[in-house]
Design a protein around this ligand. Structure first.
Ligand code: SF4
Length: 432
């Protein structure tokens, strides 16, 4: 791995290495270091989102919008943040990120706090207990806590995960279909969301898809938003054909770790119950064998999700190369040692160690002609997206032809999505 430090010389070979000029690198550096809030940061008073530790597991930070329209979730409460060189402060009517050695980095915007965040459903449940915005999409964890947290005598949860710690704090337990539909409609009408992501952990008996299907059918029927599903890999892979027919547009399998020994160590429950190979086979199957629905507009994307910083970068890169080789798109999170988890005292990764991983992420997707960044109105705060990793390239223009195609796809996609959403029962303007 080459020597690298933000601000060092302005260039690391071809890549701009000054975070004042490279918001992609700043997004990554903030994931790895976090940011301190100075006393002027009254986030909610100034329209920002409360810091929620939701069951999405990794999101415990401050939702910000960086230059380049990069949405992010920056660690603020974990212990490692105390050593961060970054501070967020309010001055002259704006929030500024400052660097302790280099002064002002950039002004930033807070991701707006939606009006529905303070409301309750008709059943009296706080709407944020049903779903929360992660960037510009709605994340819903509709069922009970992942059962790896309940195993006795030894829990089997993934070591980085905080899902079982959050329960009853920032996220509710069971949610009815009606409650979820109500919150999706509020988020659609008031926050303009176009995508809902359903997430579950592991339940004995492979029941997660049975649990999700009633939610998926109703939300699709009533709003026509795009829908994503993230669960363990179901034993019966033909269920994914059915999910697609139901209107699911994205399916994501989080195997987290490519290195088999590390996988066993970091994710003991997943290893015992499924094993890495079942995750990989589900990704391959969904990317290659789930056919079209026959409906006019039904985009289909398959993701394999990994965490950078819990295994050597070379292994993360191997995972990226494998995922893209079967036609799926990698989702790469940056390891965050969340408070009270098994890995709370581990250090976060160094930025220079994860830059090559994200650099390869963009390259591999472009080499395979995968449709990245096509849903232009979906901004994701919890991960750095493949198209955002363009900021880390030494020579991004070498993919000019693929990028031209993607631009065209983005326009066609936006027009078709607008038409599709117009069929829903929620009358709102669709963001361009
Ligand atoms: S499967 Fe692992 S990461 Fe997912 S909710 Fe369960 S313990 Fe957490």
């Amino acid at each position: 791995m080459g020597a690298y430090a933000p601000f060092s010389s302005g260039r690391e070979r071809g890549m701009e290495s000054d975070v004042r000029k490279n918001p992609g690198l700043l997004k990554l550096d903030l994931y790895c270091r976090g940011i301190k809030l100075d006393d002027s940061c009254t986030i909610e008073e100034k329209g920002g989102r409360k810091i929620l530790r939701t069951r999405a597991g990794l999101g415990s930070g401050l939702e910000l919008i960086l230059p380049g329209d990069l949405w992010t979730n920056v660690p603020v409460v974990e212990d490692f943040v105390a050593a961060s060189p970054y501070t967020l402060g309010w001055r002259d009517g704006a929030f500024w990120i400052d660097h302790e050695a280099h002064g002002p980095v950039t002004p930033v915007r807070l991701s707006p706090q939606p009006s529905w965040y303070n409301r309750t459903t008709s059943t009296g449940k706080r709407m944020t207990l049903v779903g929360t915005l992660q960037g510009t999409y709605l994340g819903v964890y509709p069922s009970k806590v992942c059962e790896y947290w309940l195993k006795q005598p030894d829990k089997e949860q993934c070591k980085f995960c905080s899902v079982g710690l959050n329960l009853g704090a920032d996220d509710g337990d069971e949610k009815s279909v009606e409650e979820v539909v109500e919150v999706v409609k509020a988020a659609r009408a008031e926050s303009g969301i176009t995508y809902v992501d359903f997430n579950t952990g592991h339940y004995d008996g492979d029941t997660y898809l049975d649990i999700l299907e009633p939610y998926i059918r109703r939300v699709k029927e009533e709003t026509h938003v795009m829908i994503g599903v993230q669960t363990p890999p179901h034993r019966d892979l033909t269920r994914y054909r059915e999910l697609r027919r139901m209107g699911v547009n994205r399916i994501s399998f989080c195997f987290e770790i490519w290195n088999r020994e590390r996988f066993q160590e970091v994710c003991p429950g997943k290893h015992r119950q499924y094993g890495l190979d079942r995750y990989l086979e589900a990704i391959r199957y969904c990317a290659q064998e789930v056919g079209p629905t026959g409906r006019d507009f039904e985009p289909w994307v398959v993701n394999g999700e990994i965490i950078a910083g819990l295994e050597p970068a070379e292994d993360s890169i191997r995972a990226i190369d494998w995922i893209t080789s079967v036609g799926a798109i990698p989702t790469v999170c940056v390891f965050r040692p969340l408070q009270a988890t098994d890995y709370a005292t581990l250090p976060p990764p160094k930025t220079e160690d994860v830059v090559p991983v994200f650099r390869r992420l963009y390259e591999a997707c472009m080499e395979r002609g995968l449709p990245i960044g096509v849903a232009g109105n979906v901004h994701v705060s919890l991960v750095m997206l493949p198209d955002e990793a363009r900021w880390l390239q030494h020579d991004p223009n070498r993919f000019w032809w693929g990028e031209t195609k993607l631009k065209l796809m983005r326009k066609v996609f936006a027009a078709r999505l607008r038409r599709e959403l117009g069929r829903g029962q929620v009358a709102v303007p669709v963001p361009a």
